[in-house]
Design a protein around this ligand. Structure first.
Ligand SMILES: [Cu+2]
Length: 485
């Protein structure tokens, strides 16, 4: 099932492309790029993997090789073992256990659990990874260690505890969904100035759906990344840090930038690195930003996108509430709706066959977690963008009419008025203003409505008194009398 890690393949192809040239120069990652670290799987792991090819692991761990206190060790990555040296892995009888080993420092390693009849392939070179899967059939405490000569003695060992089976809640994962009300206020009246933003690329397992998690790559831990807001003529100093526990390289390309790669080349950062660049916001508009490290579509689909609003000199017409919503696609190996940690599928990405479509990163982000709230009589504005990477949105709010649409995110053209649905390209944006004369639940969709069944739905909940002049039940021949029982 997972004899060769997709992630190692992507990392290997990303590294080779980065060293060969910049994103702006245009090479794309070959889908069939071989994983230089892969060795032939052993008969034992192949048999185990094929036997379990239709079962999902329910206990998953990632270990990174490294050095701690002068010793070679395994370091836990993510979950309850995050940062622990040679962590004790606790699982339950009958669990399907998956251990992903990532080469953190470049020496050759593996991981073996001979008492449980499981071992990984060797990982050779920094960033290479291998995954092993086995059934925990026996209760007890067992050893794991590196079989390379001398490495166990040098510190690369730990234990796995298989405890009696208990009924457990599945891991729901941390929320990666940005609250659509989380955006900066209008810039207001002021002259041009220098504005500083600090972004951080963070890779984290987060909630994709109820009982479903995914290894998201984010700006600042949420999807979309933070909305930035400046005025035309401002100078923006942007720094991008890559979290020390990241596995991938990351960068940022802002569509508001007039300069090569939109800043991507100047901000390519490895784990633990920080880089900055400076640009002038020369043109007003609502612009998408995204990570542009190869494979770019992979970094975007995993969550690395956001928007920057460059306000015109006089700002935008005042509204009562503003919201920040972005649409994206997620390409998982398993079908939509499966529970547990979902693995990324490069094949589905290249074939443009997403399993999930999401607003603000996750299924339910704008319905259960952070629905939009407003009151009758108010005017709301939605800054809406498509991270994608591939699908155009036909953005629509069921039961409303957009009063104004700043088509294509252009703030220097007059807005269209009285619009039902607006097309938003991948890497594009729009601003819509909606007045709300009537209370109720208004549903945000992409009017390519099959995508609702794959997670793409939001809710705008409007509270206030009814407005029968605009909207009421009945044929209008008699006033509605209160029902008496
Ligand atoms: Cu990235």
């Amino acid at each position: 099932m997972i004899s060769t890690s997709t992630r190692a393949m992507l990392l290997a192809s990303a590294l080779s492309i980065v060293s060969a040239g910049s994103y702006a120069a245009g090479p794309t990652a070959a889908p069939s790029a071989p994983a230089p670290v892969a060795k032939a799987p052993t008969a034992a792991t192949m048999a185990a993997n094929s036997a379990m090819s239709h079962a999902m692991p329910n206990a998953m761990f990632t270990l990174r090789t490294g050095i701690a206190q002068g010793k070679m060790v395994y370091i836990g990555k993510g979950g309850s073992i995050d940062g622990q040296v040679n962590p004790t892995l606790t699982v339950h009888e009958g669990d399907i256990v998956q251990i992903t080993l990532i080469n953190g420092e470049g020496a050759e390693h593996d991981i073996a659990l001979p008492e449980l009849r499981a071992s990984s392939q060797r990982v050779i070179g920094p960033g290479a990874s291998s995954t092993l899967v086995f059934h925990a059939n026996d209760i007890g405490t067992f050893a794991y260690f590196c079989t390379i000569g001398g490495h166990r003695e040098a510190g690369m060992y730990g234990t796995i505890k298989v405890e009696a089976a208990v009924a457990r809640e599945p891991d729901k994962g941390v929320s990666i969904s940005r609250d659509p009300a989380d955006l900066p206020p209008p810039v207001g009246e002021r002259g041009p100035t220098t504005v500083r933003y600090a972004l951080e690329a963070i890779e984290r397992v987060g909630r994709l759906d109820d009982n479903t998690t995914y290894d998201f790559w984010t700006f600042n831990g949420k999807v979309p990344g933070p909305m930035m807001r400046v005025r035309v003529g401002d100078t923006v100093v942007l720094s991008l840090k890559n979290a020390p526990d990241s596995v991938m390289l990351h960068n940022i390309d802002l569509h508001a930038v007039a300069g090569p790669g939109g800043g991507a080349v100047l901000t390519e950062v490895g784990p633990g690195e920080t880089k900055s660049f400076t640009f002038k916001a020369t043109q007003a508009g609502l612009y998408v930003y995204h990570c542009a490290t190869p494979m770019v579509s992979n970094h975007i689909s995993n969550g690395m996108y956001g928007m920057i609003l460059v306000e015109p000199v006089s700002g935008l017409p005042k509204v009562d509430r503003e919201f920040y919503v972005m649409q994206g696609e997620i390409y998982t190996a398993e079908a939509f709706g499966r529970t547990g940690l979902q693995e990324f599928s490069v094949e589905k990405l290249l074939n443009e066959r997403p399993e999930y479509f999401v607003f603000n990163g996750a299924v339910g982000a704008l319905t259960k977690e952070h629905p939009l709230h407003a009151k009758t009589g108010e005017t709301v504005r939605i800054y809406f963008g498509v991270g994608g990477p591939n699908f155009t949105s036909s953005f629509h709010a069921i039961g409303t009419i957009f009063d104004r649409v700043y088509t294509a995110g252009s703030l220097t053209s007059p807005p269209a008025t009285s619009v039902q649905t607006t097309t938003v390209a991948p890497g594009g944006a729009t601003v819509v203003d909606i007045s709300l004369p009537v209370p109720g639940r208004f549903v945000l969709v992409d009017h390519a409505l099959s995508r609702m069944e794959r997670g793409l739905v939001g809710a705008l909940i409007v509270e206030g008194p009814p407005n029968p002049e605009i909207f009421r039940d009945g044929d209008g021949t008699a006033p509605a009398a209160p029902m008496k029982h």
